[in-house]
Design a protein around this ligand. Structure first.
Ligand code: FES
Length: 139
């Protein structure tokens, strides 16, 4: 099964495949084959989407750059699927074979990525470090 991450226009990330979510300290959160993850930074049910992006006026065209390169390796060993680490006050660290697909058909394939969940990155759906200047706070 391929592991797909898909940003939606003005909305969340959907994931489909073999994924397991962990807290930053390594505590397992949930194993999922399909889920909607918050990327606007406003959900009251993070890391999952609760629909708040609509009221928050979150805006993104949901295209995906093909030349993304992770700046620092993500910690955590990859299993058979994709390990998603919900980093405190930061992005979702992803380790494992995945494809990130944009609405325009653009796509990125790789095995390590940081996905923005604060809503402020200029390179969505990837993190560009903007969460620090934005003062993003989330467990
Ligand atoms: S989590 Fe949004 S820029 Fe890093």
């Amino acid at each position: 099964m391929s592991n797909t991450i898909r940003p939606h226009v003005d909305g969340p990330l959907s994931i489909e495949g073999d994924f397991e979510l962990f807290a930053e300290d390594g505590t397992p959160i949930e194993k999922v084959s399909q889920a909607w993850l918050c990327r606007c930074g406003q959900s009251a049910n993070k890391p999952f989407c609760d629909g708040t992006h609509k009221a928050a006026g979150f805006s993104d065209q949901a295209n995906v750059t093909t030349d993304y390169r992770i700046k620092r390796p993500v910690s955590g060993a990859a299993g058979p699927g994709v390990r998603l680490t919900i980093r405190t006050n930061g992005p979702i660290g992803c380790v494992g074979q995945m494809r990130v697909t944009g609405v325009d058909g653009s796509g990125w394939d790789g095995d390590q990525a940081n996905l923005c969940r604060c809503g402020q990155s200029a390179n969505k759906p990837f993190c560009d470090g903007a969460h620090r200047d934005a003062g993003f706070e989330a467990p």
